[in-house]
Ligand binder design. Structure first.
Ligand code: T3D
Length: 254
C-alpha cells in the first residue's frame, strides 16, 4: 500500500491504492508511519518524496472502511495523529508531489510536505464539512497558518474544489508543473535537498513550527539555541570554507 524506493539519498514513498484514489485506511496509515520512522532513523536518507499512484494523490479517509454505522473516529484518529507527528517531526526535508485530487486527510498529508509541487491536473479540497466532519490530521493547525484565518474559514466551511493554479495562488503549493514533468521535477528538488545541510534543515523546520506558539522573546531565545547547534555542525564549517574558497559546498549531513 505504500511503495518505498531509495534513489541515492532520497526515499520515494508512493501511496499505492490507485483503484481507490489512494484513500487512506488504518493499514495504509500504519505502513506510512513505519516508513517515516525508518527514514528518520536511516542516516543514508537525507530527503523524502511523497506522491500517489495512479490519477489521484489521495481521496482522504477511505469512506468504505468502517461499513455502516457510527465509526469510532476518536480512536481511529490516533493512527492519523502519529503519522502527522512523524511528518511534522521529520528531521529531513519532505517534498510532496500532488499528482491529482487531494481531499480531506489526503490534503492534510500533502500540506505537511515542506515543499509542495502539483501537476496541472491536481485538485484540492478540504472535504471534511461535506461529510459532516471537522478538519483533522493537523489541518486545523496548518491551514490558517498557511492561508490566513479568513481563507481557512472559506476552505473549511464551503469545501470548494481548487485547481492547482488556485492552490498555488494561496500558497498551498509552491510550483505547478505539467503532469508528465511532475516526478522529474519533484525528484530533482528532493535530490537537491538531499545534498544540503540536513541538520540545518531539520532545525529550520523545528523553528518554523515552534515559533508559532512562542512570544518574540522566546522565539529569539530558541533561534539562538538552535543556531548554536547549527554552528557546531561540520556542514556549517564546510559552508563557510566553501564560501571563502569560492566553490560549491559539499555537505555531508553532519
Ligand atoms: O478518524 C477518521 O477516520 C476520520 C478522518 C477523516 C479524514 C478524512 O479524510 S474525511 C474526508 C474523506 N474524503 C472525502 O470526503 C473525499 C470524497 N471524495 C471526493 O471528494 C472526490 O471523490 C475526489 C475529490 C477525491 C475525487 O473526485 P473525482 O471526480 O476525481 O472522482 P469521483 O468520481 O468522485 O470518485 C471516483 C471513485 O472513488 C468513486 O467510486 P465509484 O463511483 O467509481 O465506485 C468514489 O466513490 C470513490 N471515492 C472517492 N473518494 C473516496 C472514494 N471511496 C472511498 N473513500 C473515499 N474517500
Amino acid at each position: 500500500m505504500v511503495l518505498k524506493e531509495k534513489r541515492e539519498n532520497v526515499l520515494l514513498l508512493t501511496l499505492n491504492r490507485p483503484e481507490k484514489l489512494n484513500a487512506l485506511t488504518g493499514a495504509l496509515l500504519d505502513e506510512l508511519h513505519q516508513a517515516l520512522k525508518e527514514a528518520q532513523e536511516d542516516p543514508g536518507i537525507r530527503a523524502l518524496l511523497l506522491t500517489g499512484a495512479g490519477r489521484a494523490f489521495s481521496a482522504g479517509q477511505d469512506l468504505g472502511e468502517f461499513g455502516e454505522g457510527k465509526p469510532d473516529y476518536e480512536a481511529h484518529l490516533r493512527r492519523y495523529n502519529r503519522v502527522v507527528e512523524a511528518m511534522a517531526g521529520l528531521e529531513k526535508p519532505l517534498v510532496v508531489a500532488v499528482n491529482g485530487p487531494a481531499a480531506g486527510a489526503g490534503l492534510s498529508l500533502a500540506l505537511w510536505g515542506d515543499l509542495r509541487l502539483a501537476s496541472q491536473e491536481a485538485t484540492f479540497t478540504t472535504a471534511f464539512a461535506r461529510i459532516g466532519l471537522v478538519p483533522d490530521s493537523g489541518m486545523s493547525f496548518l491551514l490558517p497558518r498557511m492561508v490566513g484565518l479568513a481563507k481557512a474559514q472559506e476552505l473549511l466551511l464551503l469545501s470548494p474544489r481548487l485547481s492547482a493554479q488556485e492552490a498555488m495562488a494561496l500558497g498551498l503549493v509552491h510550483r505547478v508543473v505539467p503532469g508528465e514533468r511532475l516526478m522529474e521535477e519533484a525528484l530533482a528538488l528532493a535530490q537537491e535537498l538531499s545534498q544540503g545541510p540536513t541538520r540545518a534543515y531539520a532545525l529550520t523546520k523545528k523553528l518554523l513550527l515552534e515559533t508559532y506558539r512562542l512570544s518574540l522573546t522566546e522565539a529569539l531565545a530558541l533561534e539562538a539555541i538552535l543556531q548554536g547547534e547549527a554552528g557546531r555542525t561540520q556542514d556549517h564549517e564546510e559552508g563557510v570554507r566553501a564560501f571563502r574558497e569560492k566553490r560549491t559546498p559539499r555537505f555531508s549531513g553532519r
